[in-house]
Write a protein that binds this ligand. Structure first.
Ligand code: GCU
Length: 600
């Protein structure tokens, strides 16, 4: 063959291989080490320089290369030097008025210096970035992550340099048809680096993951494991619970995994007694401390049982929004603000809608004696037939469970909200996801929320094939708001397709503008408190007719931002179903719910 042709063919072949490697080389983020807050971390929080990129041209300009003019005739049409600055963590929408409704690309940059210790490894760890993140260090792409509510990391041990390093993050919160969530959802699409960013230094082999929880059905036996990451995987591992004078020594196998089993008499965690134990996990090269509670959660017949005793779930729905700031919540202070009101209402459970909230929220709830319902953003219209969607679902599930599996107050994994039975591949994909969930974690309850229901002649029917795979039949219903009553609430005839399963009303309620006295109390169109109060009185009356009811959760604690809520007088971009206004003012319905919970 002509040499020249051979060279051309070789070049093409090489280009194909190279481009495949380049694509493959865009590594997907590693699933993050757990318990980041207890590690040797250097925070990268604070002011980051940003470049707003509404047209997305930054990709073509290769902003991550930070080109500089060399010749007198050169110029570069972007720069971080002198650019606006945003605070991390935090959504960008609430920090710049140009970004209030923004759904697009923002490039972030942080400079840092770091010298990694001898025989140490270094990671950059993100609590969450909404929604797509491309991460660059010193001009080199580390990789990408998709999903706005779970942590991820990249190892940078051999990528940082002496002196100043440049970490650049391309954030894109545009909605994706095949995203999780998809194109439509009833909350503000806060974009940005919305949670903490840390450099985390570990030993050459470090404790990457662990599970230390009571075996399903036991109040004394812990069945768990520890997973090491590093070249030297076979190590002695000690697990200590000083208060119980428990010290266990195990050895990890060639995969770095050590299984552990031990028994003890625990003071079990409960809402009334949120007992946590200091747990120390150590190897020769790494130590991690955690605070772990021990409890059992099960379904027995159509009851939910905590530590062997039936419990009624007194829930409340909460979005991850600091209502006073009108911004994404992320801090311990935000958590205390939100959860404090839930405690005042008399709750023992918070449904963290509709996506995994930040770690501060879960840990603070654990300390305050609030059970947590944690949920994936598989919300309403999802492209279940898109081949990438089940993969994304599974990735987000793994990231959610991995981060919180040792939080004993997380009692329910909710894998979907109001998806539609008729959507192609929906039930199959969610059934498969449920199976993965149970394989990953056999200790918690699993549910799906649907509004597959009918209401005729004051008869309310609930059914959905998804409930075959759930431990609890969870449903949202808005009788008295979206659906007018057809008779007396106490006469509603309920038929639930799975009478042997517990029933949880995961959303109910209606809207009211605090202080609204604009019009007649018996007409919905005036957003009066009296109208919302009546909804709650009627709902509570109906609850007595629901077979197997094990809990309820009003929608929701605070009024919150949602741009589809456009009434110029009553909503102004807020969903007004809160029992509290965004200023924390208690509406009349609050007191109906507070009394119901206090009597339960
Ligand atoms: C749905 C949905 C919520 C939504 C609520 C409402 O049930 O789950 O996310 O905000 O209804 O309409 O206010």
């Amino acid at each position: 063959m002509d040499k020249r042709i051979e060279i051309i063919l070789f070049k093409d072949w090489a280009w194909i291989v190279l481009s495949m490697l380049l694509v493959a080389g865009t590594a997907h983020a590693q699933t993050a080490m757990i318990n980041a807050q207890s590690r040797n971390a250097t925070s990268l929080n604070g002011e980051w320089n940003v470049i707003l990129d509404p047209t997305g041209i930054g990709e073509w300009r290769q902003i991550w290369q930070e080109k500089k003019p060399l010749l007198k005739t050169d110029f570069v049409e972007y720069a971080f030097e002198g650019s606006p600055r945003l605070t991390v963590p935090g959504d960008f929408n609430s920090q710049m008025c140009e970004l209030t409704y923004y759904e697009g690309v923002v490039w972030y940059k942080k400079e840092f210096s770091y010298s990694t210790g001898k025989n140490k490894r270094l990671f950059v760890h993100f609590g969450a970035v909404n929604y797509l993140a491309d991460i660059y260090l010193n001009g080199e792409k580390l990789g990408s992550h998709e999903g706005g509510f779970t942590p991820f990391q990249f190892e940078v041990t051999h990528k940082i340099k002496p002196g100043t390093n440049a970490l650049i993050v391309k954030v894109d919160n545009k909605r994706l048809k095949n995203g999780l969530p998809g194109l439509g959802y009833d909350w503000l699409n806060y974009g940005g680096i919305t949670r903490d960013v840390n450099l985390i230094e570990t030993g050459n082999t470090y404790i990457e993951d662990y599970s230390i929880q009571l075996r399903k059905g036991s109040q004394k036996e812990v069945s768990g494991w520890v997973k090491l990451n590093g070249v030297d995987k076979q190590k002695r591992i000690k697990i200590k619970i000083p208060e119980l004078k428990t010290e266990l020594s195990v050895r990890s196998d060639s995969n770095g995994v050590a299984r552990l089993q031990f028994s003890s008499s625990f003071n079990l965690w409960s809402p009334a007694y949120p007992k946590l134990y200091k747990v120390v996990i150590e190897t020769e090269t790494d130590t991690v401390e955690d605070e772990i509670g021990f409890r059992t959660i099960e379904v027995k017949g159509n009851k939910v049982v905590l530590n062997g005793k039936e419990i009624f779930l007194k829930g409340i729905n909460i979005h991850e929004e600091n209502p006073v700031k009108g911004a994404r919540a992320f801090s311990k202070e935000d958590a205390i603000l939100l959860l404090g009101h839930a405690k005042q209402l008399g709750c023992n459970l918070v449904r963290l809608a509709h996506y995994p909230h930040n770690e501060n929220m879960v840990k603070q709830a654990e300390r305050m004696g609030l059970m947590v319902w944690s949920e994936l953003p598989i919300y309403q219209h999802i492209e279940f037939s898109d081949a990438t969607v089940p993969l994304k679902m599974e990735m987000m599930l793994k990231e959610m469970i991995r981060r919180d599996r040792n939080r004993c107050n997380v009692v329910i994994w909710s894998l979907s909200n109001e998806t539609y039975d008729g959507t192609p591949n929906r039930t199959k994909a969610l059934a498969a996801l449920t199976q993965v969930c149970r394989q990953l974690d056999s200790t918690r309850l699993v549910t799906h929320v649907t509004n597959s229901q009918s209401y005729n002649n004051n008869s309310f029917k609930v059914w959905d094939p998804l409930y075959n795979y759930a431990d609890i039949v969870s449903l949202n219903e808005y009788l008295g708001w979206y659906v007018p009553w057809q008779g007396k609430p106490r006469d509603v005839k309920w038929t639930v397709a799975y009478p042997d399963k517990p029933v949880f009303i995961s959303e109910f309620g209606g809207e009211a503008l605090f202080g609204s006295k604009y019009g007649p109390g018996d007409e919905a169109a005036f957003w009066t408190e009296a109208y919302q109060e009546k909804i709650y009185r009627d709902q509570l009356e109906m609850f007595n007719t629901v077979p197997g009811l094990i809990g309820v959760s009003p929608w929701l604690l605070f009024d919150y931002r949602s741009l589809g809520r456009m009434h110029p007088l009553y909503q102004k971009g807020y969903n007004r179903k809160g029992l509290l206004s965004e200023k924390g003012e208690r509406k009349k319905a609050w007191f109906i719910m507070e009394q119901y919970y206090n009597r339960k």
